[in-house]
Design a protein around this ligand. Structure first.
Ligand code: AMP
Length: 427
């Protein structure tokens, strides 16, 4: 062990487990690519103000969880705690909303930072894949994103992900609801901090997980009963499209999310095998965010799915994502001439798209065969002096143990044919 270990709330991704993370990222990205979302990458840090204004001054993320720093030049920066504000900032900065038809559809994959209390499924450094559809108001878009997320979970083989759905209303209907909720909350027995929250962002009080607070919230007025006609119609539109697409959901009138910018459609994907950190992904419509960060009115919708928790959900269900084998062929040379010949073969195999590895360091045949078995390769290619003299190599099937001599000049083609089109590297 070295003197150092990873900071609290973080962990390293190492082989073989890291393969599942890549598989999850890829499984979430694949449906997005097919649906016309383009890849966007933004810096790991932004001006603090972007998140303060975008995510919300009163949210836990901004008040308690941001990693902030002041540069030597006096600029206040924050490690990004989430993706949406950055992606919208980047789209506005590049004028993407003016340079083509709307919506602008983007996806991203990255790591995020929150100074949270670490526990299983909750880290200070974690990964999300996210998608944003910027600049259009259409229930089809909300439904599209939800369907793409559901399809991603399904493609991974997860069966225990549930979708919770709600509408948070808009500028027309939310103010009256907010007032009704504030009146109700002011009558409850709550601590100082929560009382302060009633005045700043009362909806977030509904998200309080403490049992004594939850009990008092049982009779809280629900936004569902205060939605204006156009919000109701919009929400019904989204619900009908999800039903038509065969995506099951549960209406959850108490679902509010920890970020201030959501309007109308709000949703969360939860998994019951994860304990208290059950949310594997979430998102919603954020029609007012662009204006909050100085842009024009650009109604938008998006989500972020947690990669770490999706991996935990796979583990909880005992599902192994389809991970391509790291190695198809393992080369075992005996002697210097064999090393030269087999290394050329390995290079050629790799160029032909076959995943190939090599017994480095002039190990003996026993240690090399052990390494071949450990690599997970399907075939070992063994080459000794006598083989070279005869112009063949020994191809050993590591599953059956069968061994055949294959002419050296047709070796690469022979191995490629044995492995067939499903070989690791050849997708
Ligand atoms: P949010 O940006 O809070 O809506 O989170 C979206 C998703 O990111 C959640 O559903 C989680 O899967 C994941 N996530 C958020 N915070 C953390 C964290 N501290 N550790 C691990 N995953 C997280």
């Amino acid at each position: 062990m070295s003197t150092f270990s990873a900071p609290k709330g973080t962990y390293d991704l190492l082989p073989p487990d890291s393969a599942a993370f890549l598989a999850v990222r890829e499984a979430i990205a694949a449906p997005l690519r097919r649906a016309g979302y383009g890849y966007v990458e933004t810096p790991g840090f932004e001006h603090v103000e972007l998140f303060a204004r975008g995510v919300g001054e009163s949210t836990d993320i901004v008040t308690k969880e941001m990693y902030t720093l002041t540069t030597k030049g006096g600029t206040r920066l924050a490690l990004r705690p989430e993706g949406t504000a950055s992606v919208l900032r980047a789209a506005l900065q590049a004028n993407l909303h003016r340079s083509g038809s709307l919506p602008v559809k983007l996806w991203y994959s990255g790591t995020y930072y929150r100074y949270e209390r670490p526990q299983a499924g909750r880290y200070r450094h974690f990964s999300q894949v996210g998608a944003e559809a910027i600049g259009a108001e259409d229930p089809v878009l909300d439904a599209e994103l939800i369907i793409l997320a559901a399809d991603a979970y399904r493609s991974l083989g997860l069966s225990g992900v549930r979708l919770l759905l709600n509408s948070l209303g808009d500028r027309t209907c939310r103010p009256a609801y907010r007032e009704a909720l504030q009146n109700f909350l002011r009558g409850l027995d709550l601590d100082e901090e929560t009382r302060a929250r009633i005045e700043i962002n009362p909806l977030r009080v509904l998200d309080d997980k403490r049992p004594d607070v939850r009990r008092q919230l049982a009779d809280a007025p629900l936004l569902r009963d205060h939605l204006c006609e156009s919000c109701k119609e919009y929400h019904e539109g989204v619900r009908a499209l999800l039903t038509a697409a065969g995506v099951p959901f549960t209406d959850d009138p108490a679902l509010v999310r920890g970020l201030d910018y959501y309007t109308r459609t709000t949703f969360e994907f939860v998994h019951d095998g994860l304990g208290s950190q059950s949310a594997v992904g979430g998102g919603g419509r954020y029609d007012g965010l662009s204006e909050l960060i100085g842009g024009p009115a650009l109604p938008s919708v998006g989500w972020a799915l947690g990669v770490d928790r999706t991996v935990l959900a796979l583990r909880a269900e005992g599902v192994a994502p389809a991970v391509p084998a790291a190695t198809d062929v393992f080369a075992v040379p005996m002697g210097d001439e064999a090393r030269r010949v087999l290394f050329a073969t390995v290079t050629e195999l790799r160029r032909a798209g076959v995943a190939a590895d090599f017994a480095y360091g002039g190990k003996g045949v026993k240690a090399s065969m052990k390494a071949a078995n450990r690599s997970g390769a399907r075939y070992a290619v063994v080459l000794g002096e006598r083989d070279i003299a005869e112009g063949v190599a020994q191809v050993k099937d590591l599953e059956s143990g069968d061994q055949v001599a294959v002419p050296l000049d047709g070796l690469v083609a022979d191995l490629a044919a044995r492995l067939g089109p499903g070989a690791a590297g050849r997708e």
